[in-house]
Ligand binder design. Sequence first.
Ligand SMILES: Nc1ncnc2c1ncn2[C@@H]1O[C@H](COP(=O)(O)OP(=O)(O)OP(=O)(O)O)[C@@H](O)[C@H]1O
Length: 588
Amino acid sequence: MNKQSTQERQKGFVLPYIWKFRWQFLLAACLGSIAVLAAAALLFTSGYLISRSSLRPENILMVYVPIVLVRTFGFSKAVFQYLEKLAGHNGALKILSTMRARLYRMVEPIALTMRSRFTSGDLLGLLAEDIERLQNIFLKVILPALTSLIAYGVAIFMLGRFDVTFALLMALYGALWIGIAPLFLFFLSLKRRRAYKQQRSMLYAELTDAIYGMTDWTLSGRSQAFLQRYNQKFAQMASLDNRLRRAEWIWQLVSRSSTALAVIMLAIWAAGMVFDGQMQPTLIAAMALVTMPLMDVFVKVGDAVYEIPDYMDAIERLKKVESNNNTTNSHPTQSEAAHADVLVQSSQAKAAKLSLQQVSFYYEQHVPSVLDNINLTVAAGSKVAVLGKSGAGKSTMLNIMLGELQPITGTVTINDRNVKEYSDLPFAVLNQKPYLFDTTVANNVRLAKPEATDEQVWRVIEMVELAPLIQSLPNGLHTRMEETGARFSGGERQRIALARILLQDKPIILLDEPTVGLDPITEKKLLDTIFTVLQEKTMVWFTHHLAAMEQMDEIIFLQHGKMAMRGSHKQLIQHEEKYRRLYELDHL
Ligand SMILES: Nc1ncnc2c1ncn2[C@@H]1O[C@H](COP(=O)(O)OP(=O)(O)OP(=O)(O)O)[C@@H](O)[C@H]1O
């Protein structure tokens, strides 16, 4: 594990990012505070303006200046809110991209083994979602908290200029709403949410279990008992959910009431100041109204705190994957890199060893196995034919090799490593009907290797003996498929597919009856080309047709899920009467 990621792991998922982007957040918080203060000033001047206007001002300037100020504050509130969003989101997006890079570093070392350790892309989806969610902790919790602190600090300072004691009282009141209440709320929601989640996952587990064992519940005549128990638990969970929602409503009620209480406190204090002759009566409404935008920020902080348990879950999940990733291997970076190297090398080698060890497979449990305890080793560079009549299990075996079907028991290995460990499978398949896409001939050939140059494409075209044909096309390699009309015969289509395979340069080639439907002469020519160009590769040829068996190193004959015969063509011709007859039939 490199130094950078070790440091990341030690610091967690929130603090290092706040520190790293502290200036962006501070800027956003300052802009946000100016917006809040502008909103407070807007209400202050509005309150003053209303009160002043009602008293029939002796001079128009007495209301003209506040009118201009109302406009100015109204305008600047919107502008600073916008700027705050810009700066805040800029910081959050920078964090997001840094976190994504960290996510990449987390999963990259296990990428090769991920297919076997996590069966689908769910994990990545979950992690990516968690990281997206974490950006809210910055935008909805940390930024509003900072903003409210700055704005409230400025407001208390201003208030202190009128009355220090009252300013201190209001500072305490603010501390209650900015610190104590959200903290209390946080612990309350944390406990309840955990209990709710626990109960919900238990219920889901029980339901899944019950669905799997539905027949047994029904047969034992106890389905009503199960339903009763399940409904009881569901009701308990629903009541917990209700309590959580009720707590949320209560918080909303209390927090909104806190604004009303602050307005009343300010109004009473301002009235007292007027009574003592220290303030003009026109300022009472202004002072009372000023509290509203300030308290609004506290309420937002409290609302966001309620969601912190969700963020904590996201952090926990991320940490778990990170530590899992680190503990699964004692020397992760070195050995995983070496492991990856081996796998990549073997997927690029000329040939590779392919083995099936005790592989069994069935599609439905109560019918005989399609494959029953198959042991087969195809040495690197050797050629094996898998024969069998229709339905013998050839396609099933091919799909198991490719990892598209998982054997019920047994393993498939390539160069002694489980096929599941390969991110880049070392197979290429030539099947019965290769598809030609509606693009140029060259693009059809370079399908599996888009970066291949025209020269490389030409080389493989020549190898599969298609050069004269391609040269005769209106635009050569760059002729579009539809312009070639029905020009390509079955054999030529196979040759294009073969060219694709050569360009792909995989060590193991699986042939799934590629010569089906071709006339014997075309078939023979194609087979000659196949065996010439794939000479160095490991080849497994699935067929029910006994052409070119002489060229195979080993032939296995599948029947009733077992290998009924196996050996070289020579051995089978000599010792297996059935094989001899099939061969003769095929060569009539
Ligand atoms: N998806 C499936 N669900 C259930 N049974 C299946 C499924 N696919 C194949 N089978 C059965 O498994 C057995 C083996 O089929 P498979 O396709 O592997 O044979 P095959 O030798 O490739 O036949 P063919 O030469 O006709 O393609 C057959 O009895 C088939 O009916």
